[in-house]
Design a protein around this ligand. Structure first.
Ligand code: PEP
Ligand code: MG
Length: 567
């Protein structure tokens, strides 16, 4: 590679000083300004036919390389635990599970001895086979697993290289005010970003439900994915702005752009010394109050809720527990985690029962029938049709953990009033059971329904008569309303939040609730509520309670303050 006078790789396609704006999709909101460090390990897999006499030593090298990578994972896991990043450690443990998959290693070792391939080549072939199978599945979850396998294969190939220290060296670079840029979205890259306090992360990969994307959110690292052309536009040492509020990466920004972003970043950031500050909602110019709650996906995000002074958790997605462990935790395990969240938040927490199925498929757990998982057995349907015991276990754990805390239970994918009645019946049964056991539980937990199926939206009056509150999940409501899969890039154009028919539907929901005097019991928790440009629209429709991505709090508050509902 040709180097320039600073010893940096010479840019081939773009002139110095040209500001380039590239669009992507926000993974974790925030703004980061720093210098590019390109992360991808440009490893070339050496492919050599070996002699029968070399088989044993190749197999030995392979086993040693697996051990080296395993040892590093241990470090990562310990680090994640030290920061009480519960979900992060679970993710790394699932990597550990892959590393200890003896069947996989056996297959690689057998390729070495039967096909006379060197270890790296045998590993590449075996890895590619699994990756191809995962990528052929329709499940975004399984597809994102392919990134994990690529990550591990790259790490083992790295450790197999004649200079195994490269694996360690990559982890040791200094990352002051650096922005990591990568083709891929690997958990190990995110761990590196965290370890070196990188100010932002941008990637070409669109694996937005990958483990690495979950990690970025839980560490609160401003990040954008799906940025096409990123790698050919940016090189090590370039100045870069990652605006993960508006989903833009700006490479080699003009001085005026940098000035503007330094100011924006200051407005956006909440000083770390505010954790004990009381929560604040939003208030429009004309004095309307707006409740601001947080959507969180795991306990790592509790600090973000508190630092951003949100009024509580409006949506706790419990799938994080199963997505990362691939099994349903026991009642006691769930109790411990929920208790930790409820007490650490110390404000109202709306906890959603497992929303498994549809886009959130988990091998062995989702029970999929039919060609179209989004229209199949998902959310509360899955519990009622197939896994009643799982629902009972989760409800028991929540009711017990809620003692002395303000907790609401939210049901995903409610379609009919009958769905709610069945859960209420089960819930009463469980309370009776807990009473008989002398097991303390909270009798004040309220029950709510997600409004994310058009039938539930149109039947809002009947639904509100059965529950204490509803939360409008616009991510799914829009997907089902316009019949466009939320994970299918080809039809993303139909997912227009401002589609007039969709706005009519949202207006219909809040108007019917207002007629019943229940507008206070309606929250919007879909991603739309976190987008400052959509917030005035939601307010003008009549919504006064939003549950948002915690790091969007400041920009949402600002836009509420500037909104005048009289005009
Ligand atoms: C939604 O559908 O809008 C929602 C908040 O739920 P999820 O994104 O978890 O499906
Ligand atoms: Mg949903």
């Amino acid at each position: 590679m040709k180097m320039d006078e600073k010893g940096l790789p010479e840019r081939t396609r773009l002139e110095t000083g040209n500001e380039i704006n590239l669009r992507g999709t926000t993974i974790c909101p925030g703004i980061g300004i720093g210098q590019v460090r390109v992360l991808d390990r440009e490893f070339i897999v050496p492919r050599n036919e070996i002699l029968a006499s070399q088989v044993q030593s190749e197999q030995k090298s392979y086993s040693e390389a697996v051990k080296t990578v395993s040892d590093h994972l241990h470090e990562h896991i310990e680090e994640a635990h030290a920061g009480s990043s519960l979900s992060s450690s679970l993710i790394l443990k699932s990597h550990q599970a892959m590393l200890t998959d003896q069947q996989f290693h056996k297959a690689v070792l057998s390729r070495i001895s039967t096909e006379y391939k060197n270890a790296a080549w045998a590993l590449e072939v075996e890895g590619e086979q699994i990756i191809a199978e995962l990528e052929a599945s329709r499940s975004p979850y399984l597809m994102s697993r392919a990134e994990d396998i690529r990550d591990l294969v790259a790490s083992i190939v790295d450790a197999l290289s004649p200079r195994p220290e490269t694996y360690k060296k990559a982890l040791r670079q200094n990352g002051e005010s650096e922005v990591l840029i990568s083709d891929n979205l690997f958990p190990s890259s995110v761990m590196e970003a965290r370890r070196f306090h990188s100010v932002a992360f941008a990637t070409e990969s669109a694996a937005l439900s990958s483990h690495a994307a979950i990690l970025l959110k839980s560490f609160g690292i401003p990040a954008i994915g799906g940025v096409r052309g990123l790698r050919e536009s940016a090189v090590d040492g370039d100045q870069v702005i990652v605006d993960a509020v508006n989903s833009v990466v700006i490479i080699r920004p003009e001085p005026d752009t940098v000035k503007k972003y330094i100011e924006l970043k200051r407005q956006f950031e909440i000083p770390e010394e505010l954790p004990a500050s009381p929560p604040i909602g939003g208030r429009t110019k004309d004095g309307a109050n707006v409740r601001l709650m947080a959507n969180i996906n795991n306990p790592d995000q509790i600090q973000l809720v508190l630092r951003n002074r949100l009024e509580g958790v409006g949506l706790l997605r419990t799938e994080f527990l199963v997505l990362q462990a691939d099994t349903i935790p026991t009642e006691e395990e769930q109790y411990e985690i929920y208790r930790h969240v409820f007490t650490a938040v110390g404000r109202r927490v709306v906890i959603r029962t497992f929303d498994i199925g549809g886009d959130k498929q988990i091998a062995n757990l989702h029970y999929c029938t039919g060609q179209n998982p989004a229209l199949g057995v998902r959310g509360v349907r899955r519990h009622l049709l197939r896994y009643l015991e799982e629902l009972r276990t989760q409800l028991r754990a929540i009711l017990r953990a809620a003692v002395g805390c303000q907790v609401d239970i939210l049901l995903p994918m409610v379609t009919t009033v009958d769905d709610i009645r069945q859960v209420k019946h089960i819930s009463e049964d469980i309370k009776e059971e807990l009473r008989e056991e002398g097991n303390p539980f909270s009798d004040e937990v309220r029950l709510g329904a997600m409004i994310e199926v058009p039938a539930a939206a149109i039947g809002i009056s009947e639904i509100l008569a059965e529950v204490d509150f509803v939360s409008v999940g616009t991510n799914d409501l829009l997907q089902y309303f316009v019949a466009a899969d939320r994970d299918n890039e080809a039809v993303l154009g139909y997912e227009d939040f401002e589609n007039k028919a969709f706005l009519w539907l949202l207006g219909f929901i809040i108007e019917r609730a207002a007629e019943l005097g229940q507008e206070k019991n309606v929250t919007i928790c879909g991603e739309g509520a976190s987008h400052p440009e959509l917030v005035p629209l939601l307010l003008s429709l009549g919504f006064r309670s939003l549950s948002i991505t915690p790091t969007s709090a400041q920009s949402v508050r600002n836009v509420i303050k500037q909104t005048d509902l009289r005009v």
